[in-house]
Ligand binder design. Structure first.
Ligand code: SF4
Length: 362
């Protein structure tokens, strides 16, 4: 697994700060740029305006252009942005007002405000980067979030964002702010699990959540925002997926796309795996019918986190490689598989003994 955390020593620093690593003195020269001075054993030593930064276990050429959040008093650095990756996500809070049965990142009650440091990191991202924003629930801190998006997009029009949100907290007054964001620069990823309000609310652990979500999708629509609806399929909702497709084409046909997603075996999903996991390699019928219906009515429906061999051949083109590179792995069955370069494989924490029955090399 690719490391997103390093042990570091920062001379003279007491407060958290953001740096961008450079292998050479070159074009990048902000006050946040540090430059590789030497290797000492397994450590890379960088120098910059604030002094020396020693990063353990970093090899030459591995992190040029990467952006780190350094926490000096804990001697750690979080690798916020990897320049060579398309999978960079900033976690802005661990608080959430929902409690989903399969939450991959179970919420915490404490919030540490890192918005200004994360904004700096986004400003240092490579050209044309798409940056994910996630939580917890980012819109619990909506003013800070809107501020970050507005300022970064003004300074870096080449950058775009994908924000994961439960869409519980938008209000009519947000339309103006949302409209002012450059067109196409922010996609809002919003989970909707069922057309049935009771089932959706049960899955997210919050009464009235679906009603608020639908109201706020209309606000996003009026603001001209790009919306990606996301539906994780589970035993709880898979049999009603076609009903959800009908609901979407009828009530929210304005969404940019609909992602039907497989489950990630971590957090609460790991704890509840046996009750939740739906093996779509054995039974793909509900998914197929939902895809067919949505796509026939003009909604771009796609599959996220589906290994290609678990998807019937006619639908494989709808299953891009979506598992982030740092948490992706392959099984022994994948050796010599002709589809491997196109296939997103499995999550690092995929349970080999309780997963898909139909994994086979193609
Ligand atoms: S065998 Fe592995 S690489 Fe091949 S399609 Fe299945 S999961 Fe993907």
């Amino acid at each position: 697994m690719i490391s997103l955390r390093f042990a570091v020593e920062a001379t003279g620093a007491r407060h958290p700060f953001v740096v961008r690593l450079n292998d050479d003195y070159g074009l990048r020269s902000t006050t946040h740029d540090v430059y590789l001075a030497e290797f000492e054993g397994a450590d890379a030593v960088f120098e910059g305006p604030g002094g020396l930064l020693r990063v353990q276990g970093l090899r030459s050429g591995e992190a040029d252009g990467d952006v780190l959040l350094v926490i000096p008093d804990r001697n750690i650095a979080h690798r916020l942005i990897r320049a060579a990756s398309d999978h960079n996500t900033l976690l802005v809070t661990e608080r959430c007002d929902q409690l989903c049965v399969m939450c991959s990142q179970p919420p915490k009650t404490r919030h540490v405000d890192m918005f200004s440091l994360l904004e700096t990191a986004a400003l240092l991202a490579p050209r044309d980067a798409t940056i994910g924003i996630s939580g917890g629930e980012p819109t619990l801190y909506k003013d800070q979030l809107f501020g970050l998006l507005t300022r970064v997009l003004e300074a870096r029009p080449d950058v775009s964002f994908h924000v994961l949100t439960n869409a519980q907290h938008f209000v009519e007054q947000d339309v103006q702010t949302l409209r002012a964001l450059p067109a196409g620069s922010v996609t809002w990823g919003v989970p909707l699990y069922s057309a049935d309000p009771g089932l959706h609310d049960r899955i997210v652990g919050k009464q009235g959540a679906q009603a608020a979500l639908l109201n706020n999708l209309a606000i996003l629509c009026r603001a001209g925002a790009a919306i990606e609806l996301r539906t994780v399929i589970m035993r709880l909702n898979v049999a009603r997926l076609t009903e959800l497709a009908v609901f979407l084409v009828t009530h929210v046909p304005f969404v940019t796309n609909w992602a039907i997603m497989q489950l990630e075996n971590i957090g609460y999903a790991r704890k509840n795996w046996d009750e939740l996991f739906e093996d779509t390699s054995i039974s793909f019928g509900h998914v197929a019918s939902a895809l067919d219906l949505a796509r026939a009515r003009g909604i771009s429906a796609v599959l996220y986190n589906f290994p290609l061999c678990t998807v019937p051949e006619p639908y494989r083109a709808l299953a891009p490689s979506t598992i982030s590179d740092w948490k992706r792995r392959y099984l022994s069955e994948c050796d010599d598989c002709s589809a491997r370069s196109r296939c997103g494989g499995f999550f690092e924490w995929y349970p080999d003994d309780r997963g898909f029955a139909g994994v086979r090399h193609l």
